[in-house]
Ligand binder design. Structure first.
Ligand SMILES: C[S@@+](CC[C@H](N)C(=O)[O-])C[C@H]1O[C@@H](n2cnc3c(N)ncnc32)[C@H](O)[C@@H]1O
Length: 147
């Protein structure tokens, strides 16, 4: 199973790269996370064209948006276990300053929110990667996650 994050924003501050890489390198090879950065463009519609090209063929798509469906960390762990069992590849989409284009949100299999707050896209990226790592530790019974 491959987890891909297609995220608008490049040349991110060092703290973003450091935080994401720290969690990414803790993930096992059969549950790896790849981040594909998309250069911000003038409109979400223009960004959508580049995002669509970056989505791996056959991958299920989850658009991240503050208006999306709530997920608990425990739910994420259950999803992760199912995706691994089914051998699904999953791509998460994170928009830029003006959010994701409607075409991407409508075309995605699901739309999730990480919080009811509007997060900066850099923060959404770090939180998503940490939550994927946390979900994986739950499946492993690793002490990183405590109830
Ligand atoms: C600065 S936000 C965009 C805000 C934009 N005005 C909108 O209405 O969507 C940039 C991106 O971060 C992600 N994001 C921000 N807050 C989020 C949240 N609470 N849950 C999930 N994703 C979020 C989304 O992918 C969003 O497109």
């Amino acid at each position: 199973m491959r987890l891909t994050i297609v995220s608008v924003g490049h040349k991110m501050p060092d703290w973003v790269a450091m935080a994401t890489q720290d969690y990414i390198k803790r993930m096992p090879s059969d549950c790896s996370i790849e981040i594909k950065e998309i250069k911000p463009d003038l409109t979400p519609a223009k960004e959508a064209l580049k995002i669509a090209v970056a989505i791996p063929k056959g991958s299920r798509v989850i658009a991240l948006d503050e208006r999306g469906k709530d997920q608990s960390t425990q739910h994420l762990a259950t999803h992760l276990a199912n995706w691994r069992q089914e051998g699904f590849d999953i791509t998460f989409l994170i928009g830029g300053a003006d959010g994701l284009d409607a075409s991407l949100k409508e075309g995605a299999q699901e739309m999730w929110r990480l919080s009811s707050l509007t997060l900066p896209h850099a923060m959404a990226r770090v939180i998503l990667v940490e939550q994927l790592y946390r979900a994986w530790t739950i499946l492993q019974g690793h002490p990183y996650h405590r109830e």
